[in-house]
Design a protein around this ligand. Structure first.
Ligand SMILES: Nc1ncnc2c1ncn2[C@@H]1O[C@H](COP(=O)(O)OP(=O)(O)OP(=O)(O)O)[C@@H](O)[C@H]1O
Ligand SMILES: [Mg+2]
Length: 259
């Protein structure tokens, strides 16, 4: 189920502005890859090219290739909606549909895809996804209550349940714990650790300890100055990035001597 991702000479534009330049990276399936780097270096921008969310903004486009198990997701005729169902995304702020029940939030992806399901099939998907997101025991007795009634950490796990309900191959997470307290953060990190048994997981984080705790490989992005494009500077085993990086900028960033 998990698929690998390869970006090849990827340039990412907002209109004429080149925001990210020349990224080459191979992201392994069934592993967690962390993206780190200073604010504005293009982590979110690059992440959103991996499921064709970037082009949703008018004028935004890419040059280069992104391969999902070898198939170019930008090839002519490829439907971006299909790509987005294979490459799911979890955002910085938990964004459950507030008036929808917990149950319907989990099923939202199916409804968007226009799939019809029997009650017993949908019950099975709801339970499996909530169990997969480590949330089942906390919500099983209130599935018909609104998603907005959950704590922030529970809401984020609900969003992860919604993402895994459609059985993607890859899960992209953009600072998924930045709005969470430490206990909820640990719950989500535990979950990420389990998700990698089945999925390819990519996580953007500003939290170095988090990158070190959850990821096998880490990519350090950097920017030379305002208006310049962000670049992938170094990509290696997480332990190498934190303990023995090759690049001085990586060393400065991970040791907090940045700026
Ligand atoms: N919608 C947009 N239109 C034009 N430029 C944008 C847009 N979104 C982001 N940018 C620019 O692209 C560059 C990269 O931004 P991006 O949000 O990807 O950085 P980031 O590494 O995710 O930062 P942070 O750590 O603060 O989230 C920045 O120069 C930013 O101003
Ligand atoms: Mg960002």
């Amino acid at each position: 189920m998990a698929k690998r991702i390869d970006a090849v000479d990827l340039n990412v534009y907002y209109g004429k502005f080149l925001a990210v330049e020349g990224v080459n990276i191979n992201i392994e399936p069934k592993s967690v890859t962390a993206f780190i780097g200073p604010s504005g270096c293009g982590k979110t921008t690059f992440l959103r090219t991996l499921n064709r969310m970037h082009e949703v903004l008018p004028g935004s486009h890419v040059k280069g290739n992104v391969l999902l198990d070898g198939d170019d997701i930008y090839a002519p005729g490829v439907d971006p909606v299909t790509i987005r169902s294979q490459v799911g995304m979890v955002f910085q702020r938990p964004n459950p549909f507030p008036t929808m029940s917990i149950r319907d939030n989990v099923l939202a992806g199916f409804k968007l895809n226009g799939k019809r399901m029997s009650k017993s099939d949908s019950d099975a998907v709801v339970e499996k996804s909530l169990r997969g997101a480590n949330l089942w025991n906390e919500v099983k007795d209130r599935l018909e209550k609104p998603g907005s009634g959950l704590s922030g950490g529970q809401q984020q796990r609900l969003c992860i349940a919604r993402t895994i309900a459609v059985e993607p191959a890859v899960i992209l997470m953009d600072e998924p714990c930045s709005a969470l307290d430490p206990i909820s953060t640990l719950a989500v990190e535990d979950l990420i650790n389990e998700l990698k048994n089945q999925y390819t997981v990519v996580i953007v984080t500003h939290n170095m300890q988090q990158a070190a705790r959850v990821s096998e490989k880490t990519a350090f992005f950097n920017i030379a100055g305002t208006g310049k494009p962000g670049k992938l500077i170094e990509y290696a085993e997480t332990s190498t990035i934190f303990n023995n990086p090759s690049d001085q900028a990586t060393e400065d960033y991970v040791s907090g001597r940045f700026g």
